[in-house]
Design a protein around this ligand. Structure first.
Ligand code: AMP
Length: 211
């Protein structure tokens, strides 16, 4: 399955993508994770992206399109993949079409902005394996420590309150148009995501026709 996940930052895309990826045995590709890793490793891409990501702004289309082009050429993508955070703009969606990628479904995970702000400011991410937690709704067994690999949990710089507000604004301005882009292609399915991860997962598999 070639699946695109849409949804505001903090709507639960990453968490749900990890679950779908495991169940369907297809890679979870997050442009946000790829860019954050580049930032941490101090690569040219990281240096270029830094000023955007830390302000909650979108990285320019040509940069992310190249990242995705390279990633989708890797062997593990042959049987499908889940795109989390790409495309985010209509030109990125058009670029995916131009690459010859035929998407099976586009799943939009919807959540109120207020809920999102609470979620993101309480979010913690593993500094090593990127597994995400929430201090209230999905707490790790040991505070500040990753259940999966035992490494330290951190607060992402772009989860600071002001940045979150900006990211939501950017999302509504640029990404909402993508919903229409995919609605017109007959690919869009929508799922509400409240604060229960399992319930959202059930809704998603139902929407994907895989119960
Ligand atoms: P995310 O983890 O998906 O919320 O992404 C974090 C940040 O990475 C975003 O706020 C952007 O600065 C950048 N980013 C990730 N994916 C994209 C994309 N498809 N287009 C532009 N910027 C992106």
């Amino acid at each position: 399955m070639k699946l695109v996940l849409l949804g505001a930052p903090g709507a639960g895309k990453g968490t749900q993508a990890a679950i779908i990826s495991k169940k369907q045995n297809i890679p979870h590709i997050s442009t946000g994770d790829i860019i954050r890793k580049a930032l941490k490793d101090g690569t040219d891409l990281g240096k270029e992206a830094k000023e955007y990501i830390n302000k909650g702004l979108l990285v320019p289309d040509d940069i992310v399109i190249n990242i995705i082009k390279e990633r989708l050429n890797e062997k593990d993508c042959l049987n499908g993949f889940i795109l989390d955070g790409f495309p985010r703009t209509v030109p990125q969606g058009e670029a995916l079409d131009k690459m010859g990628v035929v998407v099976d479904k586009v799943l939009s995970i919807e959540t109120d902005d207020e809920v999102i702000t609470e979620r993101l400011t309480g979010r913690r991410q593993c500094s090593n394996c990127n597994t995400t937690y929430h201090i209230k709704y999905n707490a790790p067994k040991l505070e500040g420590i990753c259940d999966v690999c035992g490494k330290e949990l951190i607060i992402r710089e772009d989860d600071a309150k002001e940045t979150v507000i900006n990211r939501l604004k950017v999302y509504h301005e640029s990404t909402e148009q993508l919903k229409d882009f995919y609605k017109n292609k007959g690919l869009l399915v929508t799922v509400m995501s409240e604060n229960n991860i399992e319930e959202t997962t059930v809704r998603i598999f139902k929407a994907l026709g895989d119960e």
